[in-house]
Ligand binder design. Structure first.
Ligand SMILES: O=CN(O)CCNC(=O)c1cccc(Cl)c1Cl
Ligand code: NI
Length: 183
């Protein structure tokens, strides 16, 4: 299982690389990598396991964060009755997006960043994405809200981008005129 010691931190060059597309159908190795990312995310949201193994909670995790420069990430966002988003995404891409932007009023955090970084991270408010699942089957989703924000945070990791790259240096708590805060 992935532990915090396996997660690379800012300054590690892999976090700034553009990750490579993954061959389909997935090799056994790549399937295990994908499953381990989701396993971490789920474990980190389980109070008992998170405490037992000292895991920082996360709603997503991308392969580059465990020093694997491949286009794979997992996202799990709990919902009322069913998860808001529960995906393992292979070779993901945004195929279209709204002009309108959004951001989390509380900003974003990252397991690869061991410091709080204040500021609004502008994201597309609504996105249409395409990716492949563990079985190599292509899927398409329209996302909004936190799922859309999380998808963009993880996709950034595959392109060597960190969330703080998007924060306006001069005025971190400025929201541009197209952006509406998420709740
Ligand atoms: O790349 C994934 N992580 O670094 C996991 C830790 N960060 C979070 O769970 C997190 C927190 C706030 C906003 C977003 Cl969008 C995300 Cl993703
Ligand atoms: Ni992150």
């Amino acid at each position: 299982m992935i532990l915090m010691k396996d997660i690379i931190r800012e300054g590690h060059p892999t976090l700034r690389q553009v990750a490579k597309e993954v061959a389909l159908p997935l090799s056994e190795e790549d399937r295990k990598i994908a499953e381990s990312l989701m396993e971490y995310v789920l474990n980190s949201q389980n109070d008992e396991l998170a405490e037992k193994y000292d895991l920082r909670p996360g709603i997503g995790l991308a392969a580059p964060q465990i020093n694997v420069s491949k286009r794979i990430f997992a996202i799990y966002i709990e919902g009322e009755d069913e998860p808001e988003l529960d995906i393992i995404a292979i070779n993901p891409k945004i195929v279209s997006h709204s002009v309108e932007q959004t951001f989390l009023g509380s900003g974003e955090g990252c397991l690869s960043v061991d410091r709080p970084v204040e500021g609004y991270v502008p994201r597309y408010a609504r996105i249409t994405i395409e990716a492949y699942d563990l079985d190599g089957k292509k899927f398409k989703k329209r996302l909004r809200g936190l799922p859309a924000i999380a998808f963009q945070h993880e996709l950034d990791h595959l392109n060597g981008i960190m969330f703080f790259d998007h924060i306006d240096e001069k005025n971190p708590l400025k929201a541009n005129e197209f952006a509406q805060p998420l709740e």
